[in-house]
Structures are given as structure tokens and as C-alpha cells.
Design a protein around this ligand. Structure first.
Ligand SMILES: Nc1ncnc2c1ncn2[C@@H]1O[C@H](COP(=O)(O)OP(=O)(O)OP(=O)(O)O)[C@@H](O)[C@H]1O
Length: 351
């Protein structure tokens, strides 16, 4: 493995906040995104790898080497932050090759390397421009080129795209992915943007209160979240508190749902998860299907490929995504679309 957290813990001095028992391996060429609520510990794990702080327990390895004793500049990791921080008084080629200058590499060689790197990030021929003469997205490419110039053993990206507008963000995502793949570098990306994580990561780590609560591919996290926090963080969801009434039936605030209840005994407190695209609109005159609900549309957002509708029903709200046109006042929730997660007070009730 290229980048490894071996049961790493760190507590900010004088506080109880920090990260606990972080265990994570990132392979060469793999991109792992870290997501989680504000304050969940995302930046802390990145700073520990970068070497800005030392773990209180556990080890951090880069290509098998314990980097604990190494200062940040000796770890051979490329780092890109949200505010790309190019030096305004240096031309782009000088910015990109600054890490080489610090290492005493000759000017002619630096210029050649800069040209090569600019080409890699799609900015060939722009080496003599000043940072003030290029756009935010281009500055971010230059920051990426600078992070890659000395063939780092890992790439650390902390909210690298959050200062960019939506369109540019999407194209830069693809760009980062392409460059990172081509270079075969293990990459850790911290982002608060779950869509960004879903769209570019090989695997996603979800953090909560300083701990990793789930690690998996985007599809695994979307389809089999371990709890309501992960479900809420990855994609859109309906989440209702529930109690298993009997095998195959769960009571919720919007009514009793027929659904698989394997793993939960009658009486167990659960959280009921249904993804919005799994909910089916029904014709008003159609014979009732399983888990049939009627309600009033309180929000109807046309997003091009889909409509995102909030249907107010007795006891709550049903969120659905549909391609259907026309009025949607009645829906059904297929039993197999319902996934049960542990309830808030579910300790010990899972059978
Ligand atoms: N310098 C510090 N001193 C004390 N506590 C800190 C310090 N920096 C962060 N913390 C605390 O450590 C915890 C984790 O913070 P961290 O910055 O890693 O979270 P985050 O997930 O990156 O949040 P955000 O998305 O807001 O950047 C939080 O409880 C935070 O308040």
C-alpha cells in the first residue's frame, strides 16, 4: 500500500477533539475521498499525513516507510489546498518549479520540467504568464502541476475545487482524476461535497466525530450504508424512525410499511431508508399496491433529467425522484426498496 494510517489517533492539546483509531490504506493510483460533517476530522487526518502534526498513537506509512520522524518537506507528498496560493511575484513556470529550486535544481532543467508539467495539466505554452493573468481554474491546474513536479509518493487535496464555480468544478474533477490516474499516485481528497466524492473517488471514507464510520466504493456506500449518518451523507434519502412490528412489517410516522426485516427482531428500533428514485408514482385510479400513499405535493423541482418532488403525507414527507410528467399525488414504495438501518436507540436490539 502506498499511504497507510495504522490505527492513528490524535487529540488537539488542551481539548477532547481529534481523530481516533484511523485505519486506512490507499493503493498506488487509487483516489480516496474523505467526507463528513464539519468538524468530523477530515482536515485533521490530512494534516497528520502531510506532517503538520504528529499522531499521539499509531503510525503513518508512505510506501511502507514510517514517516513519523520526517518533516513535511521530506515526506515527498504533493499538497493542494483550497486557496491555491501561487506566488504572485513569480511566473507560472517559476511557481511550478519552486519545489525544485529549493532542492537546488538548475534553471534550464527547471524550465524544461515546467513545460512538461504545464502540458500534463492542459496549459502548455503558458509558463511565462503571471498568476494574476489566469483564471481560478487555471490557477488550480498550476497548483496541481506544482504538487506533482517532484514525483510525489502521494497527493493530498484539501477542498481543492471549492473556490471554483459549478461548471469549472465539474471539468476540474475530471482533470484531477485524469492527471492523478496517469501519474499513478495514491491520492487523499478531503471534500464537503458528496457529489464530488461520489463522482471521482474509487473509495469514500465517511467520518463522524473523529472516527471513520464506513469505508467503501461509492456504490457500496449508496446501496449499503451502515447507518443513517452515512445514508444522509451519500446521496439523497428518505429516513424515518421505525419499530419492527412483526416479521415483514415496520411501523413509521407515515404508516406501517411492508418490507424485509431480516436481522431485526420484533420490537427493534430501526431507521428506515428509502432512496428517492426507488419510489414509484401511481395513477390516481390504479388499484392500491403495497405501501401505497396519497399526499399533497409541497415542492416540485424540475432538474432536467429528473423531477425531485416532496409529497406531504399523513405523518411526514416522502421525497421522490421521477421521470414521470404530470401530477404526482400518489406513490408506492416497493418493499424491496426499503432498507433497515440501526435505530438511534438500537443498541443491542439488532438480532
Ligand atoms: N487547532 C485546533 N485546536 C483545537 N481543536 C481543533 C483544532 N482544529 C480542529 N479542531 C477540532 O478537531 C475536530 C476535527 O476538526 P477538523 O478540522 O479535522 O474537521 P473537518 O471535518 O475538516 O471540518 P470542516 O469540514 O469544517 O473543515 C473538530 O472538533 C475541531 O473543532
Amino acid at each position: 500500500m502506498s499511504l497507510t494510517y495504522d490505527n492513528v489517533s490524535f487529540i488537539y492539546p488542551g481539548s477532547t477533539a481529534g481523530v481516533f483509531d484511523i485505519a486506512l490504506d490507499i493503493a498506488r493510483g487509487e483516489l480516496v475521498a474523505v467526507i463528513g460533517a464539519s468538524g468530523s476530522g477530515k482536515s485533521t487526518i490530512l494534516k497528520l499525513l502531510a506532517g503538520f502534526m504528529q499522531p499521539d498513537a499509531g503510525r503513518i506509512l508512505v510506501e511502507g516507510q514510517d514517516v513519523g520522524p520526517l518533516a513535511p518537506e521530506d515526506r515527498r507528498l504533493g499538497v493542494v489546498f483550497q486557496n491555491y496560493a501561487l506566488f504572485p511575484h513569480m511566473r507560472l513556470w517559476e511557481n511550478i518549479t519552486y519545489p525544485l529550486k529549493v532542492r537546488g535544481i538548475r534553471r534550464a532543467e527547471r524550465r524544461a520540467r515546467a513545460q512538461e508539467m504545464l502540458a500534463r495539466v492542459g496549459m502548455e505554452g503558458r509558463g511565462d504568464d503571471w498568476p494574476t493573468a489566469i483564471s481560478g481554474g487555471q490557477q488550480q491546474r498550476v497548483a496541481l502541476a506544482r504538487a506533482l513536479i517532484f514525483e510525489p509518493r502521494g497527493l493530498l487535496l484539501d477542498e481543492p475545487l471549492s473556490a471554483l464555480d459549478a461548471g469549472l468544478r465539474t471539468s476540474m474533477r475530471d482533470e484531477i482524476r485524469r492527471v492523478q490516474r496517469a501519474a499513478g499516485i495514491a491520492t487523499l481528497l478531503v471534500t464537503h461535497d458528496q457529489e464530488e466524492a461520489l463522482s471521482i473517488a474509487d473509495r469514500i471514507v465517511v467520518m463522524h466525530d473523529g472516527r471513520i464510520i464506513q469505508t467503501g466504493t461509492p456504490q457500496e456506500l449508496y446501496e449499503t450504508p451502515v447507518n443513517a449518518q452515512v445514508a444522509a451523507f451519500v446521496g439523497q434519502s428518505n429516513l424515518w424512525p421505525g419499530t419492527v412490528e412483526q416479521t415483514g412489517r415496520v411501523r413509521t410516522p407515515i404508516g406501517t410499511l411492508a418490507c424485509p426485516t431480516e436481522g431485526y427482531a420484533p420490537g427493534a428500533a430501526v431507521t428506515v431508508l428509502v432512496r428517492p428514485e426507488r419510489i414509484l408514482p401511481a395513477e390516481p385510479e390504479q388499484p392500491p399496491r403495497v405501501n401505497d400513499f396519497r399526499g399533497t405535493v409541497v415542492a416540485d423541482r424540475y432538474l432536467g433529467p429528473v423531477r425531485r418532488i416532496d409529497l406531504s403525507v399523513d405523518g411526514g414527507l416522502i421525497r421522490l425522484e421521477t421521470h414521470a410528467r404530470g401530477a404526482v399525488g400518489r406513490v408506492s414504495i416497493p418493499a424491496e426498496a426499503v432498507r433497515l438501518l440501526p435505530g438511534a436507540d438500537a443498541a443491542g436490539t439488532r438480532s
